[in-house]
Ligand binder design. Structure first.
Ligand SMILES: NC(=O)c1ccc[n+]([C@@H]2O[C@H](COP(=O)([O-])OP(=O)(O)OC[C@H]3O[C@@H](n4cnc5c(N)ncnc54)[C@H](O)[C@@H]3O)[C@@H](O)[C@H]2O)c1
Length: 254
């Protein structure tokens, strides 16, 4: 826990309608933060917000591949609560699963627009509001951003780009006390994990559950286990943690 450090702080979490983004948003609100939850899936994000303290959370429907939509939700959060302290760039897509060279330029543009360009645009929009007080940014990479990503090559490349951006911005924003870190999960039990794995399963080969049994901890992580790390990085207990890449992968990448 962050011992109430999030009281009166304002956060934006993208992809907050389900999975890890939802878990992070719920935990931040539970610890006292005000959170703007962004997702392209209106029903999902509104359902999450309905379950939260109405003074502490609001939902925005936005597709993060649209830079204007990003500018608008950053402004909406600042207009509502007068400040911005934390940004979690979590929304992501895997794109088409399969050999990298079977992907086309539309596949490439989609994964880079959502996973990388949106991260850049959101940070650019958020940072001016963090100047003076400082802030914390956590970008979402993947184990596949740090090693070969068989069957998800463009996804892995976009997540590697997120790590590169994190490192540079951590250094450039350090004098303003704005920390920028990346979390690179292994397999976390979400819709994205199941849907991206489905096309890679071979008839007669190991099933999804059988594949997970071969992982070091013989299971996927939970969104809550990933959120524990992300929320810690967003909080003051991580005040000297900057420019780092953290795995939450049950030793899958060890
Ligand atoms: N689940 C894993 O095993 C895993 C592993 C490594 C990294 N990640 C990364 O973690 C992040 C969250 O993934 P998750 O597994 O919780 O996924 P998820 O599918 O459970 O949730 C992702 C959410 O993001 C939203 N979203 C997707 N594209 C969007 C867009 N263009 N604009 C706005 N919202 C959008 C979806 O509607 C969804 O609600 C992603 O960046 C993903 O690449 C996941």
């Amino acid at each position: 826990m962050n011992n109430g450090n999030f009281q009166d702080r304002v956060a934006i979490v993208t992809g907050a309608g389900r999975g890890m983004g939802e878990a992070v948003a719920r935990r931040l609100v539970a610890e006292g933060a005000h959170v703007c939850l962004v997702d392209r899936d209106t029903a999902a994000v509104e359902a999450v917000v309905k379950d939260l303290d109405a003074d502490k959370a609001f939902a925005v429907t936005a597709d993060v591949s649209d830079p204007d939509a990003i500018e608008a939700f950053v402004q909406a959060a600042v207009d509502r609560w007068g400040r911005l302290d934390m940004l979690h760039n979590n929304a992501g897509v895997t794109g088409r699963s399969g050999p990298a060279l079977e992907s086309d330029l539309d596949d490439l543009d989609l994964v880079f627009a959502v996973n990388f360009r949106a991260t850049f645009v959101a940070i650019k929009a958020a940072v001016p509001h963090m100047m003076g007080r400082g802030g914390a940014i956590v970008n979402m990479s993947s184990l596949f951003g740090t090693r070969a990503a068989r069957g998800m090559g463009l996804y892995g490349a976009s997540k590697a780009a997120v790590i590169g951006l994190t490192r540079t911005l951590a250094v450039e924003l350090a004098p303003s006390n704005i920390r920028v870190n990346t979390v690179a999960p292994g397999a976390i039990e979400t819709e994205l994990l199941r849907s991206s794995n489905a096309p890679l399963l071979k008839p007669g080969g190991p099933t999804y559950d059988e594949r997970l049994k071969t992982h070091p901890m013989a299971r996927a992580g939970t969104p809550k286990e990933a959120a524990n790390l992300i929320v810690w990085l967003l909080g003051d207990e991580a005040s000297f943690v900057n420019g780092s890449i953290y795995h939450v992968d049950g030793a899958l990448g060890a």
